[in-house]
Write a protein that binds this ligand. Structure first.
Ligand code: C2E
Ligand code: CA
Ligand code: CA
Ligand code: CA
Length: 276
């Protein structure tokens, strides 16, 4: 049966275009990648603009493919999402990030707590067991709920705001913070904030990229900060690559920031050395 399956696959692959064939390959290889130790998390520090303190980190998944080298999450996360693999991968990511974040707390000279921010894909939200997966991760690792942030994109909540709101409320009641990622890229960003309960928004890096050159992007960024603050929502800027961007964001009252100028994503081992 195995041989027949393989022949069958070969037959169809001739008819498929290369991109599809690559996807099928990736899906097949991604299936066992976690158990083979090819997947790992890197952490990008997040800083508070008012005093320059590091206050947390975003967990980002990396796949070290044995032949192809580093595969971009923009490629394989999509594969994981489409194939349903994200339903096993997501909980593994969450648990690992919580476990690593427990290790950060004691390592800080200042004793200041550190949050870990974990990306959750639309499918993880749709399956409905996210609150359970989250509470299990917290219970198993001992990470206090307030040190966990969940990042969702607008597309995850679009179309099913009632269901999404109920899930997010459950998480927030448990003490977990919910952030809306890539904020500003969807057309209905502002209206969502009325219906979907979130603690923070992450201004998409496409706005931050031009904030020094394009008066429109600066105006939009400033407006998002003012609007979010009037709703009691925290604002995070991502993709800060230059000091000038950092300064102007601080001047405009943005709460938190991350980006290559502040720190690249690094392994947990390396991240721990930043905490001293
Ligand atoms: P994202 O959530 O918007 O993550 C931020 C991306 O921006 C990361 O790319 C990060 O490495 C990159 N970045 C950080 N600072 C800068 C900067 O200053 N300039 C520029 N140009 N880029 C910067 P990465 O790691 O390739 O991740 C891409 C996307 O893949 C993420 O976008 C997220 O949507 C998804 N992703 C990554 N890890 C996970 C995961 O564990 N679960 C899920 N569901 N999605 C993930
Ligand atoms: Ca994110
Ligand atoms: Ca983002
Ligand atoms: Ca622009």
């Amino acid at each position: 049966a195995k041989v027949a399956g393989k022949n069958c696959y070969r037959f169809y692959s001739r008819a498929m275009d290369q991109a599809v064939e690559r996807r099928v390959h990736l899906e097949h290889e991604l299936r066992g990648a976690w158990d083979r130790g090819e997947l790992s998390l890197v952490y990008q520090p997040v800083y508070r603009l008012s005093d320059g303190m590091m206050v947390g980190a975003e967990a980002l998944l990396r796949w070290q493919h044995p032949q192809q080298g580093l595969v971009a999450p923009s490629v394989f996360i999509d594969v994981a999402e489409q194939s349903g693999l994200i339903e096993t991968l997501g909980p593994q990511v969450l648990r690992t990030a919580c476990r690593d974040a427990v290790g950060w707390q004691g390592a800080r000279a200042s004793g200041e707590p550190m949050f870990v921010s974990v990306n959750v894909s639309p499918r993880q939200l749709r399956t409905g067991d996210l609150p359970k997966v989250v509470s299990e991760s917290l219970a198993d690792t001992g990470l206090p709920a307030r040190h966990l942030h969940i990042e969702l994109t607008e597309t995850a909540v679009i179309g099913d705001e009632v269901h999404a709101s109920a899930l997010l409320s459950q998480l927030r009641t448990a003490g977990v913070k919910v952030w809306l990622d890539d904020f500003g890229t969807g057309f209905s960003g502002l209206s969502h904030l009325r219906r979907v309960p979130v603690d923070g928004v992450k201004i998409d890096r496409s706005f931050i990229a031009d904030v020094l050159r394009d008066p429109d992007d600066l105006a939009l960024t400033t407006a998002i900060i003012a609007m979010a603050h009037s709703l009691g929502i925290t604002v995070v800027a991502e993709g800060v690559e230059r000091e000038g961007q950092y300064s102007i964001l601080r001047e405009r009252g943005c709460d938190l920031a991350q980006g290559y100028w502040l720190g690249h994503p690094v392994s947990n081992e390396e991240f721990m050395t930043l905490l001293h």
